[in-house]
Design a protein around this ligand. Sequence first.
Ligand code: MG
Length: 404
Amino acid sequence: MEFSSAPSTIMHLDLNSCFASVEQQANPTLRGRPIAVAAYATPNGCILAASIEAKKLGIKTGFRVKDAKILCPDLIVLPPDAPKYRFIHHQFQKLLDHYSPNVIPKSIDEFVIDFHHSHYSNLFDVGHQIKTKIKQNIGDYLTVSVGLGPNRFLAKVASNLKKPDGLEEICQRNYLAVYSKLNLIDLHGINTRLNARLGSRQIYTVLDFLNSDISQLRSAFHSIASYYWYLRLRGYEIDDVDFGRKSFGHMYSLPQKFTHSQDLAPILHRLVSKMGYRLRSHGYQSRGLYLGLLYADHSGWHHHKLFSKYFFADADLYRYAFRLLQSSPQQLPIANIAISCFDLIANNAVQLDLFSAVSRNLNLSQALDSLNKRYGASIVNYADFSTHIPDRIGFGNLDRLTDD
Ligand SMILES: [Mg+2]
């Protein structure tokens, strides 16, 4: 799959050294000096934010006050002042709301704007304008790093490329150059644990990561996260779906290139059954469904839907998934199909009337699951499913289904 040719319509904005800069904004005698905001000003207190001047001396978020003072004995340490930071956050949001109805706060000092359907022709100009407006309307000591990219992930990475006061883009034109200068750990979402796990699969650099095929990534992540990373690194959007803390998903690389949803039905059914089994065996119900297709021509399509009711039975999961599949472009040969369910709720968090239809349905699903567990996957199934399966595709062909 090639890198997305989509324009950089996502903007990520990050207020530099937020807490410390806001303190310097409020108190001019602190400007130009190394200061830090710490949870406690005591020697073991943890530094929450270091001013740009303090960062230049090597002081970082997470340092203890006593260690920071070794690097800078004159460091001014302040306690956090949440109302002040919240006030700036609201000012920042109000300013951004003038540019787009699609402003999403990500944290107290970070915002994402989706300029997908906007009339702006040059988002660099917009970025410069926002920087100027922040200085004019919010505070002249505040700087912001802005990142542009075709998806949320790359816009965020771009915002980290130059601090403070950056305005950078990652796109089809420069992604290889940018990736070659980054470490895996610089990527948002790759922590030291994942970094080590990728290393154990001979993925040491961002370019190694990019050049890994889905099966290599799968062996590193053991989850549908491999598919998400595959898309992210190529500029496709996956992070506009709020999967919540937990999701269950599966994907499958097709040995033949199917074109029509009817031909894909048995594969979809098998993926849905595996997903439904895991959803139920973990004691969850789901309200969101995601379907992603990678086409043989290296393009991609994906769609997700949040439903009003929670569901857990294969029949519901399959019906909704098939509906999503039917809304996809039908002419292109498909190389890979991925499905996941998200926005989960634990069964025990749902008040179930013991004799209700929903409760009976859950009992039935669980009974089928235990039979399938005992006698092998899919020994028992809903009758509807088999009628969807064309004769020419036996389940024997689907052995390569993964356990993502
Ligand atoms: Mg920040």
